[in-house]
Ligand binder design. Structure first.
Ligand code: FAD
Length: 307
């Protein structure tokens, strides 16, 4: 068995593994894909002390740093369940079970899908999730942003500087975004905001997006928007489905509940990063949380004898 098994190889998991390994204890990482969301990121300008880097480059440095400490890295394996019998057991989808005295969950999150016809078909052909990454492809064109929360309104403001026009499409009859963001968006000449609008379909011409339909929820009428890009900004979903029904408590949003040391409700199991209740989902925050969870787990190990 391991002393610390980290599930997830994003910034949180990498930081947790390094902090654990530096205590001289047997540490492993199991991950579906090393690097996590960072692998899908182009430019990164807010990783403090590094003015500019790119996702794959940062992910490669993370892996190199982890391997320098002799951490066992197991990739292309998905955790499917967790249980405890003295040791914490992590069952993999492949059928194997990994045993460890302590486990750190750092399985991150993914963008929430719209789940409407055309979305999957036109993903990367006009349907986008990251304004920072894909905004420049729509220079001079009309785009829609689905979602009027902070991320949607931030995306609209960001895109308005690049594209010709942005329409924000919000399901509810009010915007959830902070007032200061709404004010900023309303002050920009090329942002329209439509409320009470349920997106019903992504329309394409066979090779790329040409528009979208939505239902006006006040009248039931179906309306059309001619756009070249659709940025989906309706939230992040934590990758915690495999914990449902386990002793690890989740919020109603599926986020892992943690305390200030990163401890979950199951003794010996810690968590960090986007998969948890941490309010901000960022690289540097995930790394700090990973370090916290590893120190929390080490604290647990020195207080609890091996089974
Ligand atoms: P993740 O990076 O999501 O990593 C999760 C890890 O867990 C992965 O290795 C994954 O394969 C693995 N995993 C998931 N489920 C399982 C399972 N069941 N079993 C085994 N392994 C599993 N943040 C910034 O600070 N600056 C930016 O510029 C920035 N830009 C971004 C751009 C994009 C396109 C995206 C998507 C995100 C961006 N972010 C940015 C956010 C940042 O990437 C995340 O906050 C950060 O990666 C979270 O780290 P994490 O380790 O918690 O999770």
């Amino acid at each position: 068995p391991y002393d610390v098994l980290v599930v997830g190889g994003g910034p949180a998991g990498a930081a947790a593994a390094i902090y654990a390994a530096r205590k001289g204890i047997r540490t492993a990482i199991v991950a579906e894909r090393f690097g996590g969301q960072v692998m899908d990121t182009v430019g990164i300008e807010n990783f403090i002390s590094v003015p500019y880097t790119e996702g794959p480059k940062l992910a490669a440095s993370l892996e190199q740093h982890v391997k320098q400490y002799g951490v066992e890295v197991i990739t292309e394996q998905r955790a499917a369940a967790i249980s405890k019998d003295g040791y914490v057991n992590v069952d993999l989808a492949s059928g194997a079970t990994l045993k460890s005295r302590a486990v750190i969950l750092a399985t991150g999150a993914r963008w929430r899908d719209l789940n409407v016809p055309g979305e999957l078909e036109y993903r990367t052909k006009g349907v986008a999730y990251c304004p920072h990454c894909d905004g420049p492809f729509f220079k001079g064109k009309r785009v829609a942003v689905i979602g009027g929360g902070n991320s949607g309104i931030e995306a609209a403001i960001d895109l308005a500087g690049i594209v010709e026009h942005v329409t924000v499409v919000e399901f509810a009859d009010t915007l959830r975004a902070d007032e200061v963001l709404q004010k900023k968006a309303r002050s920009m000449g090329n942002i329209d905001i439509i409320m009470s609008a349920r997106t019903t379909e992504v329309i394409g011409d066979g090779s790329k997006v040409v528009g979208m339909d939505y239902e006006d929820r006040t009248t039931g009428e179906i309306k059309h928007l001619a756009v070249a890009g659709i940025f989906v900004q309706i939230g992040l979903v934590p990758n915690t489905e495999f914990l449902k029904g386990s002793e690890v408590a989740l919020t109603r949003f599926g986020e892992i509940e943690i305390d200030t040391k990163g401890a979950t409700s199951l003794p010996g199991v810690y968590a960090a990063g986007d998969a948890t209740t941490v309010p901000f989902k960022q690289i540097i925050i995930s790394m700090g949380a990973g370090a916290t969870a590893a120190l929390g787990a080490f604290d647990y190990l020195i207080r609890n004898a091996a089974p």
